[in-house]
Design a protein around this ligand. Structure first.
Ligand SMILES: O=C(O)CCC(=O)C(=O)O
Length: 316
């Protein structure tokens, strides 16, 4: 049994309570078709998608694989593969009107989003020797120190219809609440792997998608990737993207009647004021990365990629 979405809840309320939400058909299929054609060009493979395979031994983002499994961030790959840091077709994901409205609704303010368009191609093609099963536990994408309040959320736009066991992302619903509570009690605890914590494993939710469906994810909800081995060999192909605020959140009070859904999802463990600067350690990782890229590639990385929710004014 996998977790079923509570359809009675508005999507933002579902996000608050369970640390994720799915909005069906939020992005037009026209965009998905265009983006699929662009992904085909980028991965250089125009076979029917059900003939795409991940061979044994293919690594993640392995240039010799065809097309192989991808988790490519456009920010992290400036120039390395001959691509520009932004892809002019794929980055229009951020111009999809209902998606933009959803970002603003989540932040409760049309000026909150920092306008930085970072996204990843998430391609998970059929693995012939894989097994049709879901991972029993998840992870979060942080080690120590894990941000307790943070600066935004991620979302995944499905570009293809998938089926169960297509290698879909799974979410462990509601785990964002005990994870945040444990961090409030012990800020330096490493909660990266769910299996190593006292957060009970709950039934996972598998994001079996139609093209244009969008999955919104809390930064503290346990989640997992899965092997792609579905009955009709349908791959998972999505754009996994970030929506970050121009400013880091430093305190939250559930008694405040004006909290946005995103803030409410961070207020379920009561009022909290960050005792230390949560942004700086994360920001310095970004700075080190940018410096390394600039040195290695002899290029100047654009100013906006050096910003880390520290914009003097929200960008327009
Ligand atoms: O669905 C996937 O391929 C991986 C998802 C994941 O683990 C992540 O985004 O960190």
């Amino acid at each position: 049994m996998t977790f079923q979405i509570d359809e009675r809840l508005p999507w933002t309320e579902h996000y608050v309570r369970y640390g994720f939400a799915v909005v069906r058909g939020l992005v037009d299929r026209g965009f998905c078709d265009e983006a699929l054609a662009e992904v085909r060009r980028v991965v250089d493979d125009d076979r029917p998608v059900t003939r795409w395979v991940k061979r044994d031994g293919d690594g993640l983002n392995d240039p010799s694989a065809s097309p192989g499994q991808w988790h490519y961030a456009f920010f992290q790959d400036p120039g390395r593969t001959g691509m520009t840091p932004q892809n002019p077709v794929l980055e229009t994901l951020y111009d999809q009107p209902r998606l933009r409205a959803a970002i603003d609704e989540m932040f409760g303010d049309a000026r909150a989003w920092d306008r930085v368009r970072n996204y990843y191609i998430f391609l998970n093609p059929f693995a012939p020797h894989g097994e049709a099963k879901l991972e029993p536990a998840g992870h979060i994408d942080f080690r120590v120190p894990t941000p307790i309040l943070y600066r935004g959320f991620t979302f995944q736009i499905a570009l293809l219809d998938t089926e169960p066991f297509s290698g879909n992302t799974t979410i462990f619903p509601g785990t964002h609440v005990p994870v945040q509570r444990m961090l409030m009690d012990e800020a330096d605890r490493d909660l990266t792997q769910q299996a190593e914590t006292d957060v009970d494993t709950v039934e996972p939710y598998e994001f079996v998608a139609g093209a244009g469906d969008v999955l919104f994810m809390h930064h503290l909800v346990y989640h997992s990737g899965n092997v792609s081995h579905s009955p009709n060999c349908r791959p998972r192909l999505g754009l996994h993207a970030e929506a970050f605020r121009a400013r880091w959140l430093t305190e939250v009070d559930p008694g405040d009647p004006d909290l946005s859904p995103w803030q409410r999802s961070l207020a379920l463990n009561g009022p909290f004021i960050a005792q230390r600067d949560e942004a700086t350690p994360q920001r310095s990782m970004r700075e080190r990365y940018v410096t390394q890229i600039e040195k290695e590639l002899g290029i100047a990385v654009e100013e906006r990629w050096k910003r880390y929710s520290d914009w003097p004014e929200p960008p327009s």
